[in-house]
Design a protein around this ligand. Structure first.
Ligand SMILES: C[S@@+](CC[C@H](N)C(=O)[O-])C[C@H]1O[C@@H](n2cnc3c(N)ncnc32)[C@H](O)[C@@H]1O
Length: 274
């Protein structure tokens, strides 16, 4: 399947999925809190100009806008852009600067016009390396010198851990999906079960930093987003107890750069500088 076929498949998947509420389910609040922490760790002060490419329903874009940033969102999926506009309209006094349908490989923004670019989606949905590099080069083009990119990837090993912990490792329909993921990182859902996600490329940590370097970025850090925290049994019990939540976050931070643990994180974040 060519990359354009994959892009249509990704758009079809999200048309039927509820991306707007995903971060409130299961262990995803850990993903959200850690992603926010990793963004703020490097973000220049507001009102820096940020582009959230693949911004989905606008969770991070609206959060940054509420903190005083000038945020432009683009996403492939019209439904997500509508949801982002609606969320923006609810943030009285802190709207998004813009929200448009678009492709992260072809950012419509001017050269050297942004301080920050978030790529929290496109790098795992673009299945061909040339397209991931086109996306990163587009981010490089629109950034001012010194500007920053945040690139999120899904771990090469995510399907193995997820299928074992969620209990579908022995689904005969999932076995060939997992085998291919572990072989070459190319994830294709050959079933009609949306739980098995959609077309994606699952990175090894080293592959993510190589992509950033190839697009001209200096790599500031490559870190685990959830680390092993997503494996917690009774995640909700830990997360809803403020003391245990802080312990969990502290443990994840402690191992966030540990090379032997990086691949066990469901998501990995690379932060690069132009
Ligand atoms: C799992 S969602 C993540 C949304 C949000 N960034 C977050 O981290 O919660 C992935 C998003 O990336 C978008 N996406 C994937 N490839 C894209 C591309 N080439 N250009 C723009 N958006 C893309 C999808 O439409 C989807 O909204």
């Amino acid at each position: 399947m060519s990359n354009d076929d994959s892009i249509r498949e990704v758009a079809r998947h999200y048309d039927g999925a509820d991306e707007a509420s995903r971060l409130r389910t299961g262990w995803c609040p850990l993903e959200q809190v850690r992603t926010q922490e990793l963004i703020l760790r490097h973000m220049p002060p507001a009102p820096a100009t940020s582009i959230d490419a693949g911004g989905g329903a606008g969770v991070y874009a609206c959060w940054l806008a509420a903190r005083g940033y000038q945020v432009h969102l683009i996403d492939l999926v019209p439904k997500h852009v509508e949801q982002a506009r609606a969320a923006s309209a609810r943030q009285f006094g802190h709207p998004l600067a813009s929200a448009e349908v678009g492709d992260a490989r072809h950012l419509p923004h001017r050269d050297a016009s942004a301080d920050a670019v978030l790529l929290l989606g496109p790098l795992y949905h673009l299945v061909e390396r040339e397209d991931r590099l086109a996306c990163l080069r587009a981010a490089h083009r629109v950034l001012r010198p010194g500007g920053l990119v945040w690139g999120a990837a899904i771990s090469h090993f995510a399907s193995l851990f997820d299928s074992l912990s969620s209990g579908f490792f022995d689904d005969p329909a999932f076995a060939p999906i997992l085998a291919r993921d572990l072989e070459d990182g190319q994830h294709r859902n050959t079933t009609n079960n949306p739980v098995y996600f959609t077309d994606a490329f699952f990175h090894r940590p080293g592959e993510l930093s190589r992509d950033l370097l190839a697009a001209g970025f200096q790599v500031l850090e490559v870190v685990a987003i959830e680390g092993p925290g997503w494996l917690a049994r009774n995640f909700d019990r830990l997360w809803n107890d403020p003391v245990q939540r802080e312990r969990l976050l502290a443990a994840v931070r402690k191992v966030e750069r540990e090379p032997s643990v990086l691949g066990a994180s469901s998501h990995i974040m690379a932060i690069g500088q132009k």
